[in-house]
Design a protein around this ligand. Structure first.
Ligand SMILES: Cc1ncc(COP(=O)(O)O)c(C=O)c1O
Length: 428
């Protein structure tokens, strides 16, 4: 049985000086059931990560999808080391900024001009401010997750601290439901600056949906923004917009751009982006060169190696293998697998007497115990080998019967060794 004693001791120590003991909600104890999860890592390499208790895992979280090539990819590490010798941050822009912007413009269909940020939230907030300045309107329509800032998070259940006046400007619509977007836009004619959406997360776009979003937005004089923070450089080298053949006015990128180094990007139509010169989107660490060196190495590797094709092939094996196991263990009422091969999700459902949260917690308890770090999604990296995928499926082969026994034979209390996770905050 794995021990998590050091993780738990560090958590107690961290919580004395750090609220929640984590800088990122999705890495906090709210997402990892206490008693059966690690909380702190020492190092990671390739597809593997080690916790402070010395336990080794195949990492299917991959720093929340930000590691596309694998932990410590040698080409990226070498590029960062070389840049470190030149300097990290300067009093004037560094030439690498234009080089990475040019690469993005070559790879991404909508990109004619680019600005960099650090987090995905910088890019999405920049996109919305830019769209508001460009259209002279205030309202935005959103679909998916777009980051921590007021303009978006006010529309979720975690909206404490966001002024009501800000919340009133953001409206959610439903994925694959053009009627829900149309209704919003028609309610405030001439009011919407932008329609922003994740072009895909769990569900495939129905034929015509993404083009329909663009047409509706355009018909109402609003800009279309694809939030490709995750899909960018993961679904295809040109992102979901390339894969699905719909080019937005603006797009945002983050995770996936630099194999885990902190840089994000807002890219899009030249005439719209030109207005960036007039609005304020400016921060001390914009243009920080280590992350841009990592971005250049990552983008070059995406072009020189079949990273995207490999992620797709490995992911297709996971989806097919998991479906087969769901069928074999007859747990289709409880569990399904959805999403794109490079970023797929297990969806847990309530069944009579058993909540989806209890099932998900039991799943995490059992896969973590077997050396798989996962909260139910498959965030693939180029470092995942075929053997890693077969190991994942072998673990699922052992864990799915337990899920079945817990949900359908009334054995949850006996099998679960911790308190179930709580439904705190869900955006997908
Ligand atoms: C689609 C999407 N947009 C925006 C963000 C925000 O990015 P960050 O957490 O880097 O600010 C995320 C992060 O999970 C995301 O998945």
């Amino acid at each position: 049985m794995k021990s998590f004693k050091k993780s738990e001791d560090y958590l107690a120590r961290a919580e004395r000086t750090i609220p929640l003991g984590s800088q990122t909600f999705s890495k906090s104890r709210t997402q990892f059931p206490y008693g059966v999860s690690p909380y702190f890592v020492t190092h990671a390499r390739g597809s593997r990560v080690w916790d402070v208790d010395g336990n080794e895992y195949i990492d299917f979280i991959n720093a929340l999808c930000s590691v596309t090539l694998g932990h410590q990819d040698p080409d990226v590490t070498q590029a960062v080391r070389a840049q470190l010798d030149e300097g990290v941050i300067f009093s004037l822009p560094h030439t690498i900024e234009a080089e990475v912007a040019e690469l993005i413009c070559e790879m991404v269909p909508c990109a004619e001009s680019v600005r960099f940020g650090k987090n995905g939230s910088d890019a999405t907030a920049g996109a919305i401010r830019l769209a508001r300045a460009f259209t002279g309107r205030d309202h935005v329509a959103v679909c998916g997750y777009h980051g921590w800032q007021d303009w978006y998070i006010g529309s979720t259940a975690r909206n404490r601290g966001v002024p009501g006046v800000t919340r009133a400007l953001t409206h959610t619509f439903t994925y694959n439901d053009l009627g829900s977007l149309r209704a919003l836009l028609e309610k405030s004619p001439g009011g919407f600056a932008a329609v922003i959406l994740e072009p895909m997360n769990t569900t495939m776009p129905e034929p015509g949906f993404l083009q329909g979003v663009k047409d509706l937005a355009q018909g109402h004089g609003a800009l279309t923004v694809f939030d490709e923070t995750i899909t960018g450089f993961r679904y295809a080298n040109g992102g979901a917009q390339e894969l699905f053949g719909v080019t937005p006015d603006l797009a945002t990128f983050g995770k996936g751009l630099a194999n885990g180094y902190p840089v994000s990007a807002l890219a899009g139509r030249r005439d719209v982006m030109k207005l960036m010169e007039e609005i304020f989107f400016s921060f001390t660490f914009g243009g920080e060169a280590l992350s841009l060196a990592a971005a250049r190495a990552t983008l070059q590797k995406l072009r020189s190696h079949d990273v995207v094709g490999t992620l797709r092939a490995r992911g297709e094996r996971i989806i097919a293998g998991t479906r087969e196991l769901i069928e074999r263990h007859d747990i289709g009422d409880l569990l399904s697998i959805v999403g794109q091969p490079a970023w797929s999700f297990l969806i847990f459902r309530d069944v009579a007497g058993t909540s989806q949260w209890a099932s998900k917690t039991l799943f995490m308890q059992e896969v973590i115990q077997r050396g798989i770090l996962s909260f139910g999604s498959h965030n693939l990296s180029y470092a995942h080998s075929e053997a890693d995928i077969e190991r994942l499926l072998a673990v699922y082969g052992e864990v799915f019967p337990l899920l079945r026994a817990a949900a359908f034979d009334g054995r949850m209390n006996e099998l679960l060794r911790c308190k179930p996770l709580e439904p705190l905050f869900r955006v997908r």
